[in-house]
Design a protein. Sequence first.
Length: 269
Amino acid sequence: MKIIQISDLHITPADHLLFGSDPLRRLQQCVQHINRHHADADLCVLTGDLTHAGHPLAYERLHAGLQDLIPPVRLMMGNHDNRAAFRRVFAQERTELSDFVQYAETVQDWRLIYLDTLQDGFTNGYLCELRLSWLQNELARHSGPVMIFSHHPFPNLQYPAMDWLRLSNASQILPMLKAHPAPLHLFAGHVHRCASGIWNGLPFVTVSGTNHQHELDLAHEGAATSTFEPASYAVILPNAEGLTVHFQPFDYLELRFPYTGDLGQLRCM
Ligand SMILES: [Fe+2]
């Protein structure tokens, strides 16, 4: 089983650059890399901020940009998205709550839960009572291992520039997650950086954006500073022993060399 996570595409309408870059071109590089190396993935999950300003023309460009991606795609909402504009282009996308883009599915032994943490008009995320009760019911119905995908991270990442904009009622939801009887992994975007760790006993991962990143200035408070540090996607590999996440850059000179080293010094005990 292999799941790819891409995040924070920030696609713009044609001729609208973002920080001097065309986010669609960056996405195309990502798609080509995934097709070359991970065409066998079961799914490719896009954890929100699909567009930069929720413009219908940006969703149309996104739709075109995803046509070549080989693995099946799952699309999620971020704070830069607009559900109505999204629905006009992606009318067939699944949801189990009509006013949101939120649902779940089973892939092999894992339950994959896609949360809609968009709170219209706000940058931070929020799960209202309707979305929360759906999540509670979903966790109660499936006692096996779970991956929860959300745009906004649940954890405080010890990163002040983005922590104030995370999922604002995460602590309210924590007991529900902790009560789950099987492994539960959290995957998010929003922070435009790759990070991993443990939040109150729950493992989490965040992945960078495909277009731009946020500078890792741990003393900076207020809005983050954007950069063009290398972009990555995550390759999530569950197996019988647990789960591994690899972070894969996709915008680099793809030269490869045999690793020989000094074989006389290599020993396997
Ligand atoms: Fe973003």
